[in-house]
Design a protein around this ligand. Structure first.
Ligand SMILES: [Mn+2]
Length: 482
């Protein structure tokens, strides 16, 4: 094995030196020159042994376990409410937070010096990081990952060079995925580069609109190539800082045209994944166009796109828009738009996007109520759009955070099963509306009760008796399941 590795390594060195000679000679080289000949030997992508030595595959040990590297509530193969836990959850690792999060903030330098990082943003580093990603996914025992194009491969000097970098890293990712693992979704990062300062699809500059379209086209292609099940649009800078310099109607029309073109291209290349839009009210712009689920649903309906898109609800974005995560999930669900969840939470005392791992059991139970009512999320799932705190700097913290987030949601699912089995919360809600389970109620709900009929009934019945909402009882029943 060692000898084979050595031989491959020498072959790699030879290919690299040959490639360098070709570049120096001024010839145009293609991605294939670098990427295809040595995907197994990792030329330039040299890393011996495990990235996470000493961390075993995470196993289910049950609620009495004190092992931080074991599941206490998430038991992948266990049947809950007629489905395996893993099929309810469909957990995904977010590449950007887990492998590109540095702990840097506007006041301070990066704090996370992961041992595999060499301080560069090279393609070789991108490939090494991808190997770390799949070892992490394997040890955590999940089937999905999510990525932005520019997180997994560096920007080049031109679009062609960026695409070639992406192809090279994606070829390795495809190989490392094996048969079981695939992207829950891919997306294009249309907010980091200065060209996107006014937005991408809503930029005032046509050249930027075109560049963004080209980037999304490529990102859909690679998501499709990797077997991705969804594709996400998060309009990071699709919004405005002031209406004084903004033609909002024109920008929204442009955004709709951009999304229509994405639908057409997806169909053209045979990508059957669901397209998702992720609402967020503000940050980085003062006002983002996809403010919340209701605003986004209205946008999709206005432009006739509701049948082509679903929503990716992020809990922290929900609270930033002044809603609970449960409200956003229910709004998406009752509109037939609940497609995926970015599983995270904010801080009740902080008014910005902190992207923390969800550890509140009550919140997780409410989230799972919506998921169960929706019959699950597939082909969507739970993507951990969550990051370690700046002060958490051990490699094992990456595992602990995910284990904790997975256990919290698993516990939420178990609580929902208890609530359904108990039945008293459902009964309380049914009872609350029972006056509509009548002849007149049926006419109202069928749209057949006109104002004359209702006036006649109001006069006949006199002052109505208004029952209690029983909120405290509902809260008591809910609490008893936690
Ligand atoms: Mn967020």
């Amino acid at each position: 094995m060692k000898a084979v590795k050595l031989l491959l390594w020498i072959l790699c060195l030879h290919i690299v030196s040959l490639a360098v000679k070709i570049v120096l000679a001024g010839h145009k080289t293609t991605h294939a020159t670098f990427g295809v000949p040595c995907p197994h030997c990792g030329c330039g992508d040299d890393w011996e042994g495990e990235f996470f030595p000493g961390i075993p595959k995470i196993k289910y040990e049950g609620p009495s376990s004190k092992n931080p590297l074991a599941f206490k509530w998430y038991n992948a193969q266990e049947d809950i409410l007629g489905k395996k836990m893993k099929d309810w959850m469909r957990f995904s690792v977010a590449f950007w937070h887990t492998f590109r999060g540095t702990g840097g903030d506007p006041f301070g330098a990066p704090t996370k010096m992961w041992p595999w990082e060499d301080g560069t943003n090279s393609v070789a580093m991108a490939k090494r990081r991808m190997r770390a990603n799949f070892e992490f996914i394997d040890k955590l025992g999940v089937d999905f990952w999510c990525f932005h194009d520019r997180d997994i491969a560096p920007d080049g000097k031109t679009l062609e060079e960026s695409n070639a970098n992406l192809d090279e890293v994606v070829a390795l990712a495809k190989e490392l995925q094996g048969r079981k693992i695939r992207p829950l979704w891919g997306t294009a990062q249309l907010f980091m580069h200065p060209r996107y300062m006014h937005g991408a699809a809503t930029s005032s500059e046509l050249g930027v609109y075109a560049y963004g379209a080209a980037q999304v086209k490529k990102a859909i292609e690679v998501t499709h190539f990797l077997g991705g099940e969804n594709y996400v649009f998060w309009g990071g800078r699709e919004g405005y800082q002031t209406l004084l310099n903004t033609d909002m109607e024109r920008e929204l029309n442009h955004m709709a045209r951009f999304l229509e073109a994405a639908v057409a291209y997806k169909k053209k290349i045979g990508f059957n994944g669901t397209l998702l839009i992720e609402p967020k009210p503000q940050e980085p712009t003062k006002h983002q166009y996809d403010w919340d689920a209701a605003t986004t649903a209205n946008f999709l309906r206005k432009y006739g796109l509701a049948g082509e898109f679903k929503l990716n609800i992020e809990c922290n974005h929900a609270t930033l828009s002044g809603h609970s995560c449960h409200h956003e999930l229910e709004t998406a669900r009752i509109n037939g738009l609940l497609g995926n969840i970015d599983a995270n939470t904010g801080d009740p005392q902080i008014g910005w996007d902190t992207d923390q791992f969800l550890t509140d059991i009550g919140e997780a139970t409410m989230v799972m109520l919506s998921v169960v009512r929706n019959g699950g999320l597939a082909p969507g799932g739970f993507n951990f759009d969550a990051k370690l705190r700046r002060e958490s700097t051990d490699v094992e913290d990456l595992f602990i955070a995910h284990v904790s987030g997975m256990d919290t949601l698993a516990r939420g699912l178990r609580n929902v099963a208890k609530l359904i089995e108990d039945g008293s919360l459902d009964e309380l809600v049914l009872k609350r509306y029972q006056s509509f389970d009548s002849e007149l109620g049926a006419l109202v709900e069928a749209g057949k009760a006109d104002f004359e009929l209702l006036e006649k009934k109001a006069m006949e019945w006199g002052e109505p008796k208004v029952p209690s909402a029983k909120q405290e009882l509902a809260e008591m029943i809910f609490q008893s399941a936690l």
